[in-house]
Design a protein around this ligand. Structure first.
Ligand SMILES: [Zn+2]
Length: 385
C-alpha cells in the first residue's frame, strides 16, 4: 500500500476506480453496505495511514451514499466534492501519511499539560516545571492582558490541561469564560494568593487591587511558589523536582533584585520619578524607591482614555516635578504619550515591558530579562531628570 502512495496521481486514481467498481459490484450483489460507514469514524480517531486508506477503499465501495463519509475521516475540505467524485477524494485520503508522524509525538503525553494565561506566568511555569511539563500560554508576547477575547483554541487547550494558572486580581478574568466553555476540571491556581495587594483604582476591573503583581521580585517568588505547589498537587511524583526548581529560580529572583538595586544605585532617589503610559509599575516602584508622578492613562487598566483635564493635569505634574522623560510600554499605542511629551517638552523613552514579555530574541523575552531591561531603561531615563 505504501508503495502505491508514491506513484503518480493518475495511476492511483485508476487503481481506486477499478478497486471501487469491483467492490461496489460485490457489495451490490450482497445487497448490504450498511457496515461500511463504521470504519470511517474510526479513521477520524487514528492517524495511522494504512487504516485511513483502508477506510477509503471500503467507503468507495459503498457507492454514492458512503462516499461522503470519506471526507470526515480525512479533511473537511473534501466533503463537498465527495458525493459523486469518490475516486478523486481517495488521493486526498492518502494524504494521511503526513499526519502519521503525529503518533510518534505520543511521548509528551506523559508530561503535565499546563495552561497559563499571561506571558509571565508561562515563563514562570516553564522555569518551575522544567522538562516534566508542557506549557501552553494563552497570551502571546506583547499581548495586552487587560483586553483579550478568548478563542476556540483556548477552550481546547483548557480542556486538555491538567493544571491552569491565572494571574488573578481581576487581570485575567476572561479565563472564566474559557473554563466554562471547555468544561475543564483541572485545578486552577491563582498565583496572586498570599500576595499583599496594592489598592486598586476603584474601577470594576481593579476592585480587588492593583493586578500588576509580578513587577515585584518578592511577589514573583510567591507566584512561583504557588505554581510549584499546584504542580506537586497534580504530579506528586515530581514534588522533589519542582521544589528543587523552585529553590533555584527563587535564588535567581533574589539575584535579580540585587542586580536591579545596583542598576538604581547611581541614580539619586529624588531623580527616580516615573511617568508611564499606564499604572503598571506600582509594585516595582515600591520595591526600588521610585515615585510615580503620573501616567498617561490614569488607570491600572489601559482600556481607558484620558480626559483633556487629566492630560492637562499630567502635563502640569510633569513640569512641577521636573520630569524629563515619559516611558512608553510595549503593549500600548504610544500616540497619546507622544503628544503629552511634545506638549510638556520632554523625551519619550521606549519601551518598558509593562504587561507582557517581549518576543523571542528581545531583551524582554523572559521575566528575568524583562525586569532588568525595565530597570536599565528607567535608570537611564531618570538620569535625564
Ligand atoms: Zn496593565
Amino acid at each position: 500500500m505504501t508503495a502505491k502512495l508514491v506513484k503518480p496521481r493518475f495511476r492511483l486514481r485508476l487503481t481506486w476506480l477499478v478497486l471501487g467498481l469491483m467492490l461496489a459490484l460485490i457489495l451490490a450483489a450482497c445487497g448490504d453496505n450498511t457496515n461500511t460507514a463504521v470504519p470511517a469514524t474510526t479513521a477520524t480517531a487514528t492517524t495511522a495511514a494504512p487504516v485511513a486508506t483502508t477506510v477509503a477503499s471500503t467507503t468507495l465501495a459503498a457507492t454514492t451514499a458512503a462516499a461522503t463519509t470519506v471526507a470526515p475521516g480525512t479533511t473537511a475540505a473534501t466533503t463537498a466534492a465527495a458525493t459523486t467524485a469518490a475516486v478523486t477524494t481517495a488521493p486526498a485520503t492518502t494524504a494521511a501519511p503526513t499526519t502519521a508522524p503525529v503518533t510518534t509525538v505520543a511521548a509528551p503525553a506523559t508530561k503535565i499539560k499546563v495552561l497559563a494565561t499571561t506571558t509571565q506566568l508561562g515563563d514562570f511555569a516553564r522555569n518551575i516545571g522544567g522538562d516534566r511539563v508542557e506549557v501552553t500560554q494563552i497570551l502571546r508576547p506583547d499581548d495586552d492582558p487587560h483586553d483579550y477575547d478568548p478563542t476556540a483554541d483556548d477552550s481546547k487547550n483548557a480542556a486538555a490541561a491538567q493544571l491552569v494558572l491565572k494571574n488573578g486580581v481581576g487581570l485575567d478574568d476572561w479565563l472564566d469564560k474559557i473554563i466554562t466553555n471547555s468544561g475543564t476540571k483541572a485545578p486552577l491556581i491563582d498565583t496572586s494568593e498570599g500576595i499583599k495587594l496594592r489598592a486598586g483604582d476603584g474601577s470594576d476591573e481593579e476592585k480587588e487591587g492593583d493586578p500588576h503583581i509580578w513587577h515585584s521580585t518578592d511577589n514573583a517568588k510567591i507566584m512561583v511558589a504557588n505554581i510549584a505547589k499546584g504542580l506537586a498537587q497534580v504530579d506528586p511524583a515530581g514534588s522533589d523536582y519542582y521544589q528543587a526548581q523552585l529553590t533555584a529560580y527563587q535564588k535567581q529572583l533574589d539575584d535579580l533584585k540585587t542586580q536591579i538595586t545596583q542598576v538604581f544605585t547611581p541614580v539619586p532617589v529624588e531623580k527616580r520619578k516615573l511617568v508611564t503610559n499606564h499604572d503598571a509599575f506600582g509594585y516595582f516602584t515600591d520595591e526600588f524607591q521610585i515615585t510615580i508622578v503620573g501616567s498617561v492613562i490614569p488607570s491600572f487598566s489601559d482600556a481607558a482614555q484620558p480626559t483633556p483635564q487629566e492630560i492637562n493635569e499630567l502635563i502640569k505634574n510633569i513640569k512641577d516635578n521636573n520630569v524629563k522623560v515619559i516611558f512608553t510600554e510595549t503593549t500600548i499605542n504610544p500616540k497619546i504619550a507622544e503628544q503629552v511629551a511634545q506638549t510638556a517638552g520632554v523625551q519619550i523613552y521606549s519601551n518598558l515591558y509593562g504587561d507582557a514579555l517581549g518576543p523571542a530574541g528581545s531583551d524582554g523575552d523572559t521575566y528575568l530579562k524583562m525586569e532588568l531591561s525595565n530597570a536599565k531603561n528607567m535608570a537611564a531615563g531618570f538620569q535625564q531628570q
